[in-house]
Design a protein around this ligand. Sequence first.
Ligand SMILES: *Cc1c(COP(=O)(O)O)cnc(C)c1O
Length: 425
Amino acid sequence: MQYQDTLSFAQQQDAADPLKHFRERFLFPQHNGKDAVYFTGNSLGLQPKTVRDSVMQELDDWAKFGVEGHFHARRPWKPYHEIFTEQEARLVGALPGEVVMMNQLTVNLHLLMVSFYRPTKQRYKIICEYKAFPSDQYALESQARFHGFNPDEAVIEVSPRAGEELIRHEDILAAIEKHKNELALVLFSGVNYYTGQLFDMKSITAAAHKAGAMAGFDLAHAAGNVKLHLHDWDVDFACWCTYKYLNSGPGSVAGAFVHERHANSDLPRFAGWWGHEKATRFKMEKGFKPIPGAEGWQISNAPVLSMAAHKAALDIFDEAGMDALTAKAEKLTGYLEYIIDTISASQPEEKKLELITPRDKKSRGCQLSVVAHGRGKDLFNKLLDNGVISDWREPNVIRMAPVPLYNSFEDAWRFGEILKQALAL
Ligand SMILES: *Cc1c(COP(=O)(O)O)cnc(C)c1O
């Protein structure tokens, strides 16, 4: 596509965008009476207008029924998590029995590792990416310690090569091959939170399995951003949050995937009553019998208020569909990339903007991470003062996510105008 750095070009693209009406369904922070340029849907997605009614419905039913709401609420609370099954399975490319919404992301990562990281004296290593999200680093480190291993020996990070920002796929495969005799688990993100690099989950999974290890993924930056085929890729387990691309509100309920081949496994797990066989759950007796599939990993009863927000958000996602969303994301992210490149080209050498996200559209979602050479946080603050909400990572990286569900080409163009002004100051 031949892009142009003009308002009229951006507006033409918006007019031709089949998803353009979805923007109206979200609440935008305001700047001087106008919608801010909101590029942080990868950190906290915007609030769908329908969330309020969805949450109010549960508050009203709680007021009306009290405890009886478990059975008589319009969406009964006892089986509340079941309302997500079909839609969530579509979103991550799973069979319905392979997904469940429960807890929060890092909690799910730990719970799944209880089952899928079963180190032995011989096989105890975990391969992960360099600069994984800190919560994941802490989870891996503490899991290794919990099993009596030294994390410095047990956790192997695959790094970018010297002078590079991205991790080469062949280096991931080489690390798996190198450690194959001691490898228990390969745990990667789907999309790295810092660089926006999308990993080849299918081939990482195949390599892990060939080495005799499990393969799990943290999809915090992948769910709702890129197409996923967890079942077909043969992934063992995965988890994701819903407050980033999935717009379900701060700290909202998270997701978990367990491949169907583990549906009836006797892998050890941390159990709770909500994972117990439904027919006998309320007999309140000894002897845990897990529900087959992902639901059997539940521990506690459903957090209905955050789930109500997730339901409203997921309905919108399901209506738009990942095919249309990723098609738009490719164009819109490409447009923002073009705007940034064009502006960078007019900067003196020491002030160039360097994109560290993959240029290859197949290796990224909708996030772009840019190193602002020669600039500190002042640049980010100037953007913010002028109505751009992006996100800053020390020492000098700006992360932006033009999300296809509610961002427009005009947002990308406006961002460029504000960036030009900020760079001139
Ligand atoms: C956002 C994010 C988290 C956050 O964890 P919570 O348990 O939801 O607080 C963890 N891991 C990754 C990769 C993330 O991007």
